[in-house]
Design a protein around this ligand. Structure first.
Ligand SMILES: [Zn+2]
Length: 392
């Protein structure tokens, strides 16, 4: 059994009510999942109420409309969860033996933060909060002490609400375009003999790791941060991007990891792309791991990103039953043949009678179904803004 058995919920792209989150937490308890990773900041919104930086609660929290392809939504969207609401979730989880791990995603995925605090970017120019999915060049300027001071001040506020031992600082999908064009970033890299942008990012992440360790908290970062080769070994990588080499090296050299490979553990994808039988086939291993490296796997996490998920029942159908497969692997109970596992799924489904499960006809698919799944994905997810940009 792994000590870390997780579920991640994206409450940025679409929010869930406190009642819905509690309903999901009830289900986590049944599945013996003990970590609730709560994704609270991103390009399309900011969900953490800040007393110190109230501009985050207004400017960063609200996007003017939502253009997520098939789910185009007119009108302003978003708000922060109040401190009282977040505390309610923390204590609800604590009663059930579940730790809440908040995620403050830096230095990329920060358009919403920068829309409220443009001075933290390389140019200082106005940044727009994003209305669609993507990887955006608006990232934090890592050469400014103001960035470090503001990020740590925000982290301090997070720590007052979330008492757990883990803290997620993102670290994924941060393009280097802005740093390449920024004289201050260039000067900083030269002065510190930093060879490339992956290392540059990690120099900053390592300062945050150090800061959080001084507060007795352990950082989790997405495995994009393993690429630089200089990530502090006290950080724990979350393996989502299925490019194992840097992560394997990190583990073999003594670092720790949580596994969430996207082609198994990303539940926002259609069942044609990631059927239940595929999720159940996941092994807690990576090619090239030594025995010692394998022992550095702390656990498994299932995730759900919500660009395309605006309804609670839709969310539940995507998560269940696939999260059961993740929980079985994390509990060390995934050696049964798939058919026997399905009997377990049926009995858990009976216990979770308030949750909407995906229709059983869709659970199990041959691998070839992913071709149809991807075609459907592309068709449904092309946005109006994307078409406009293409025409331009
Ligand atoms: Zn810069």
């Amino acid at each position: 059994m792994f000590e870390y058995r997780g579920f991640m919920l994206d409450s940025v792209r679409h929010m869930q009510s406190i009642e819905e989150i509690k309903k999901l937490i009830d289900a986590l308890k049944v599945l013996k999942i003990n970590k609730f990773h709560w994704h609270l900041t991103d390009d399309q919104g900011w969900r953490f109420e800040s007393e110190r930086f109230s501009v985050l609660n207004t400017v960063a929290a609200v996007r003017p409309y939502s253009d997520f392809g098939k789910t185009y939504e007119y009108g302003a969207y978003g708000r922060v969860y109040t401190k009282a609401e977040m505390k309610e979730i923390v204590s609800y989880c604590a009663e059930k033996g579940i730790e809440v791990i908040p995620e403050f995603d830096i230095p990329g995925h920060t358009s919403a933060l920068l829309s409220a605090m443009p001075s933290l970017s390389c140019t200082g120019e106005n940044v727009k909060i994003k209305t669609h999915q993507g990887i955006f060049k608006d990232v934090l300027c890592l050469s400014k002490e103001e960035t470090y001071n503001t990020v740590t001040a925000i982290i301090d506020e997070f720590l007052e609400i979330f008492p757990g031992k883990y803290f997620h600082i993102g670290g994924d999908e941060a393009p280097s375009e802005s740093w390449e064009a920024c004289p201050c970033c260039q000067k900083y890299m030269k002065e510190h003999s930093i060879e490339n942008y992956a290392q540059y990012q990690n120099c900053f992440m390592n300062r945050i790791v150090d800061y959080l360790e001084s507060k007795n908290r352990h950082c989790i970062v997405w495995n994009d941060s393993a690429k630089g080769g200089n990530l502090d070994k006290r950080a724990i990588i979350q393996y989502w991007k299925e490019s194992p080499k840097p992560s394997v090296r990190f583990l073999n050299e003594g670092g720790k990891a949580i596994l969430s490979p996207f082609s198994y553990c990303y539940f926002d994808y259609d069942y044609n792309i990631t059927p239940l039988n595929r999720t159940y086939s996941l092994k807690a291993d990576l090619p090239g791991l030594t025995d010692k490296g394998r022992q550095n796997i702390l656990g498994i996490e299932g995730t759900v990103w919500t660009e395309y998920i605006s309804e609670d029942t839709q969310l539940e159908r995507l998560v269940f039953p696939r999260l059961i497969a993740v929980s079985k692997l994390a509990l060390g109970e995934s050696s049964k043949p798939y058919k026997e596992f399905l009997n377990d799924v049926h009995s858990i489904q009976k216990q979770l009678d308030s949750i909407s499960f995906c229709d059983e006809k869709l659970w199990t698919k041959p691998r070839a179904a992913f071709v149809y799944g991807w075609l459907k994905y592309v068709k449904e997810h092309i946005t109006k803004d994307f078409i406009k940009e293409l025409i331009k």
